[in-house]
Design a protein around this ligand. Structure first.
Ligand SMILES: Nc1nc2c(ncn2[C@@H]2O[C@H](COP(=O)(O)OP(=O)(O)OP(=O)(O)O)[C@@H](O)[C@H]2O)c(=O)[nH]1
Ligand SMILES: [Mg+2]
Length: 457
């Protein structure tokens, strides 16, 4: 697309009202500096949103500092309405004005150069006449414009703001950059595309691209999980030793290495997940999102994977409890009776619980000596735990606004509810794949079995 046909929006307003936050959210860029200090943004900065067939530019600007004086200066030029845009251009190019009103020159320049106006106000503070000078100055540009009410702390004064803003702007929308999910962002972009007919086609293409990109992000996430759960279920640590006694001695070490590798592998995929969704400040974000407990905090597995009742169902659905696959020695027939009677706690933990994770095996080597191996994972709930943790993180990361610096809380039983709400046949496919994983058999189509867990029900 030709650059001069590309939509450009200057995000302007009072200092500290969330202008940079809006730019960060819409550009999906967490590098934009946001701070509670008023006057954080000092220079106008263009951020390009580039997509396959479209794109647009957002310009973050400093807030108005002396709008009343600037308006007075403009009026002193004695222009009629048809000359006002020219007077504004004169203002941004006047060296004295640049010295006296550096913030206004910075914020008005992109508008003089053709950007549309996004005027940002805070809906949690009352409207006041002091904003009128700002809106009046903006109006001198004659550029397409709309107002965004950001309810920073509350929605208390939104109505009051609407009444005032509608006298200056044809379009007024409430937009909270911290909470706006992807759908809300798309809705706002659609409004942008009406502001200037020249930009409509380009912005519509941009919207189509962004929707497509969102689908790809989901596909990449599912592929990422599929590789993660396979790797974690297959992993084993091994070490050559001379005697079986030595093998027994290094068991704790192997177990430690095993757990370390598993934790690191999971962490790596969380970072990749963040990168898929454009969150590159991964250290900052891991501090802020609601991370699941340690992977080997096995007491938590019934919360993060399937609960006991669901596990029994899974084992039934895959035939594991009925046929040869049933690990009779561990489960015992009394377990099934207990399970079906609802008394799931006692005996079941032997089969599903923390005391059955991974074992060590010692094998003689043809060349002499032995190989001690720790792993792979035996616990039936484990693949679900990995999936549940990932789904939980995905929900937070994919919905997370790039301006947000806070945790997004999600119901801990979300994964179990998701599994429960799947069609029975879809559930069975998932259970069969997990059964294959834990039995070290090749999966059939793991990504297809995982996909329904990511789709809205
Ligand atoms: N809770 C909440 N805080 C917000 C919201 N929007 C902005 N903030 C906070 O308000 C402060 C100012 O946000 P910025 O985006 O830096 O504001 P700005 O208008 O760019 O500020 P200047 O560059 O200083 O003019 C930051 O501490 C943000 O975290 C919101 O919707 N909800
Ligand atoms: Mg700013």
């Amino acid at each position: 697309m030709r650059a001069n046909n590309q939509a450009r929006f200057a995000v302007v307003g009072h200092p500290n009202k969330g202008k940079s936050s809006i730019v960060s959210t819409l550009s999906q860029n967490d590098d934009v500096v946001i701070s509670s200090r008023s006057g954080t943004t000092e220079k106008a900065e263009g951020i390009s949103i580039t997509t396959a067939n479209g794109g647009y530019q957002l310009i973050d600007t400093p807030g108005f500092q002396r709008p009343v004086k600037v308006l007075r200066w403009l009026k002193e030029q004695g222009a009629n309405a048809s000359e006002r845009a020219k007077v504004l251009a004169k203002f941004v190019n006047d060296s004295q004005c640049r010295q006296q009103y550096p913030d206004e020159v910075e914020l008005l320049r992109p508008i003089v150069e053709g950007a549309a106006i996004l005027y940002v106000v805070d809906g949690s503070h009352p409207y006041g006449a002091e904003y009128e000078a700002e809106m009046e100055v903006l109006r001198w540009s004659g550029q397409p414009s709309m107002a965004l009410i950001n309810p920073i702390e509350s929605v208390e004064y939104i109505k009051e703001w609407e009444n005032a803003l509608l006298q200056y702007f044809k379009s007024v929308q409430v937009f909270n950059p911290m909470k706006a999910d992807f759908e809300k962002q798309i809705t706002l972009l659609k409004t942008f595309s009406y502001l200037n007919p020249v930009w409509t086609e380009g912005l519509d293409k941009t919207i189509a691209d962004l929707l497509q990109q969102r689908k790809q992000q989901l596909n990449q996430s599912i592929a990422l999980l599929s590789r993660l759960v396979e790797d974690l279920c297959q992993h084993r640590e091994s070490q050559k030793v001379l005697t079986t006694q030595q093998a027994q001695k290094i068991k704790p070490l192997l177990e430690k290495q095993y757990q370390h590798w598993m934790r690191e592998r999971e962490l790596q995929s969380v970072k990749e997940l963040m990168a898929i969704y454009g969150h590159f400040q991964s250290d900052v974000i891991t501090d802020q999102i609601d991370l699941p407990p340690d992977l080997f905090d096995c007491d938590q597995w019934f919360a993060w994977g399937l609960d006991k009742r669901q596990l029994v169902y899974a084992a039934t659905a895959t035939g594991a409890l009925g046929g040869a696959a049933l690990d009779v020695a561990v489960a015992g027939s009394s377990f099934m009776l207990g399970a079906l009677g609802g008394g799931l706690i006692g005996a079941s933990s032997a089969w599903f619980g923390a005391d059955k994770l991974a074992d060590m095996s010692v094998q003689g080597l043809p060349v002499g000596g032995y190989e001690a191996r720790f792993g792979p994972m035996k616990n039936r709930n484990f693949p679900y735990v990995v999936i549940g943790r990932f789904v939980h993180l995905h929900a937070q990361i994919s919905q997370r606004s790039h301006a947000s610096r806070e945790a997004l809380s999600i119901d801990a039983n979300d994964f179990q509810q998701r599994v429960q709400s799947l069609e029975k046949s879809t559930q069975r496919e998932l259970h069969q794949e997990c059964e294959r994983l834990i039995k070290q058999r090749p999966t059939d189509d793991l990504e297809s079995a995982l996909r329904p867990l990511f789709e809205k029900n």
